[in-house]
Each structure stands twice: as structure tokens, then as C-alpha cells.
Design a protein around this ligand. Structure first.
Ligand code: FEO
Length: 399
């Protein structure tokens, strides 16, 4: 991809990573982009860089606009290597450039990654005149690393938001009004669920600051640049930080011989007939990052596993580990499973979910070997008996 002008003398000069499929455990089925931005003013400024293997692509894009040796300033909004990885390479060309980054975490992080660099520290409220424009810095710690910084240019009403409002999405378009917005919002949701979710309180603080700014463009560090859908993505983030829930259940399981799957289906039926929508995942062929995306706005989560070697199936253990780290809020759970003799899996699941501060919706559901029709009816009755609010809603809706 070539350089792309997003506003007079402000260019996207990043790289599209069409083949990325794994971002430290997050399945990036649609690839990603590493967005870097070049500003031509009295000073030549590069805002963020790209992952190191994409350095040449970025430098080629910069060269379409200006000789990279003319770069005076690099703004490092975030230390994570997908954005800082090409800084050492840029400095080989721009020998007199200096790197502005947040204090203290940005200074420490860049130094620990790359050794001694020509660093200048910035803090919230600091400004830097680059000619006709002024860079305004706002620290946004833990959105989602301690060093996070965003940069705002009031003369252009552009916010360089780094990871906030990003999406892992490789596509040939750079701006929202040219992109498939269903895909963009789908990936923005997945990105929030897998990267930002544990830091919702910090995101809320950042949104409060952002709400005071006049914004025409949000230029994130991954995916599409927001121009036409700014209010929609900000509203969406506001709904995400408030942990807004839907009448939705996620039913997730793995099953040795299909018996835990039969229980999962009975639980799903009970939710559906009570007016609660269901997303069901067999963990033997589903990715944790897709499941967590659905958990984020679900009221209910049913987790099931056969008992295997006195414990749970490893796919379920992996899911619970991933869930614990991201920890979506306000969930009521059901622990279930089939067992042969020990039956430990159901208690293990319940204990893990209790540890995440989730509340049980029902007693644990444990069935020895093959569920009988009358047991499945009992399961449905049990789950439905706990969903009285939704049943009332069904009556109101005339169902
Ligand atoms: Fe896209 Fe936190 O790096």
C-alpha cells in the first residue's frame, strides 16, 4: 500500500499485514494494519511506526512524500513493538530526529526494548509546536499499557488515538466511509474484547477527556481511520465501558463422547425458549478470542466439560484461563458436564467461575455417562425456572 493523504500534508504511511493470524493468542482472521502517520510542517513528524519486519514498507511510503532523513520528530504513542518496532530503523536515516514518548513508562519501555535512544519525555497537558500545527499530548495509562499516550492536533481536529478505536483488519481501504462498516465494527468489538476489556475504567477516563475535544478524524494505530462514523464508534465505546449486557447466553463446552454436547444443547434450548439468544461454541474447533467477544455483552455463560483424568478437558482449561485474564463483568453462570465416575470437572469449572466473581444461575449440572430424556427435561426446567424476567418479556412481546 502506498502513502495515503488523510488531510492536507498528513499522510498514512503504515503497512498492511494481510497474513497475520495470531496476535499473541488473539486470532486475527482478517489480518491487521500497523498505522504510522507522517506530518509535513516546519518540522517533519512521524507518529508511531510499524512492526519491525514492515520497516522497509513504511520507509518506502515515507519516501513517496519526503526523504526519511528529513524527519525531525518521532512521536511514540505506545511502546508495544507493533508500533515502536521500526523506530531504530527510522533513526538510521533520520540521524538528528528525537523521539517523544510518555514519562515515565514510555521512556523506560523504549529504553528497555531498544537501548539508548534520543528520547524526550512528555506528560499530559504538554504541547509541541511544529509550525502551523501544535501537538497536544494526553497520557492514557493502561489503555492498555502503562505508557499509552494519544496525540491531538487542534488545528486539524485530528486525534491519533493509538490502540483505542483500533481494529485488526487488513483491507485495501484506509478510511471508514470506503470500508465495509459491518466488518469494521465487528473487528472493533473483537479488538475491544481481546485487548482493552480489562482496562474499561481507564478507557472511560480517556473517553471523558476525548469528549472535550473537537474531532474530525480519529487515526488509530490499527485498521480503518474514523472520519464519517466518529460519533458511532465513540458511542459504541461508551456502551462497552459501561458493560452493557444483552439477553444473551454463551454456551461453551468440550465433550469426549458427545454427552456434554447433549447437555449443552438442552441448556441452549432452555435459553432460546425463554427469549434469550444463544451463541454456542464447541471448544474443540472454536477460538478463545471469538468466544470472549461474545461473552463481553452476554448476561449468561454456561461452561461444560466432560471429566477427563480427574479434571477438565484442556481446551476448557485454556478458555477459563483466557476468560480470567479478560474477565468480562456481570455474568451469571452454569457449570455442567457429563462424567463416567469421578465427576470432578463440573466442580472445577464452578470454582474457577466463582473466582471470577460470577454468580451461579443454577446448581451445577452433572450427568453420569449418557443423559436420559427425562434428565434433559429436568435441565430445561431448571434453567427456565431461573429466567423469569425474560419469560415476562416474552409475554409482553406476545410470544
Ligand atoms: Fe497495537 Fe498495544 O499494540
Amino acid at each position: 500500500m502506498s502513502a495515503y493523504e488523510i488531510k492536507n500534508n498528513i499522510y498514512w504511511v503504515g503497512a498492511v499485514d494481510w497474513n497475520l493470524r495470531n496476535f499473541h493468542g488473539y486470532s486475527t482472521n482478517r489480518g491487521s494494519t500497523y498505522n504510522s502517520y507522517l506530518i509535513i510542517d516546519e518540522k517533519v513528524v512521524l507518529i508511531d511506526t510499524v512492526k519491525a519486519p514492515f520497516s522497509k514498507i513504511m520507509l518506502d511510503n515515507i519516501s513517496e512524500i519526503i526523504d526519511p532523513s528529513k524527519i525531525d520528530i518521532i512521536i511514540s504513542n505506545h511502546v508495544e513493538p507493533d508500533h515502536s518496532g521500526a523506530i531504530p530503523e527510522v533513526l538510521k536515516y533520520a540521524k538528528n530526529a528525537v523521539v517523544y514518548t510518555s514519562a515515565p513508562a514510555g521512556i523506560k519501555g523504549l529504553t528497555m526494548h531498544y537501548g539508548e535512544l534520543p528520547l524526550v519525555e512528555v506528560k499530559s497537558g504538554d504541547t509541541l509546536s511544529i509550525g502551523k500545527r501544535t501537538l497536544n499530548f494526553v497520557q492514557t495509562p493502561m489503555v492498555h499499557w502503562p505508557d499509552n499516550l494519544v496525540t491531538y492536533i487542534p488545528e486539524d481536529n485530528i486525534l491519533f488515538s493509538n490502540d483505542a478505536f483500533g481494529q485488526h483488519l487488513a483491507c485495501s481501504e484506509r478510511v471508514d466511509y470506503r470500508a465495509d462498516m459491518d466488518q469494521v465494527f465487528e473487528e472493533a468489538k473483537k479488538y475491544y474484547a481481546n485487548i482493552v476489556l480489562p482496562y474499561s475504567m481507564q478507557v472511560k477516563k480517556a473517553l471523558d477527556v476525548i469528549s472535550t475535544l473537537e474531532i474530525d478524524i480519529i487515526a488509530p494505530s490499527h485498521g480503518i481511520i474514523w472520519k464519517k462514523y466518529i460519533s458511532q464508534i465513540i458511542d459504541y465505546y461508551n456502551s462497552l465501558v459501561s458493560h452493557k449486557k444483552h439477553d444473551k447466553a454463551v454456551v461453551v463446552f468440550d465433550s469426549m463422547w458427545g454427552n456434554s454436547a447433549i447437555i449443552a444443547n438442552a441448556i441452549s434450548d432452555a435459553f432460546i425458549t425463554s427469549g434469550v439468544s444463544v451463541k454456542m461454541f464447541n471448544l474443540s474447533n472454536s477460538h478463545n478470542s471469538d468466544v470472549i467477544t461474545e461473552c463481553m455483552d452476554a448476561k449468561y455463560l454456561a461452561v461444560g466439560s466432560s471429566t477427563l483424568n480427574n479434571g477438565i478437558i484442556p481446551t476448557v482449561a485454556s478458555f477459563l484461563c483466557y476468560l480470567k485474564g479478560l474477565n468480562p463483568k456481570n455474568i451469571e453462570y452454569i457449570a455442567f458436564g457429563s462424567f463416567g465416575w469421578g465427576g470432578q470437572s463440573i466442580g472445577i469449572i464452578a470454582k474457577e467461575l466463582d473466582g471470577m466473581k460470577y454468580k451461579p444461575l443454577t446448581d451445577n449440572i452433572a450427568i453420569q455417562f449418557v443423559p436420559k430424556p427425562e434428565q434433559l427435561l429436568e435441565i430445561k426446567k431448571l434453567v427456565k425456572s431461573k429466567l423469569t424476567v425474560s419469560e415476562t418479556k416474552l409475554i409482553e412481546e406476545g410470544n
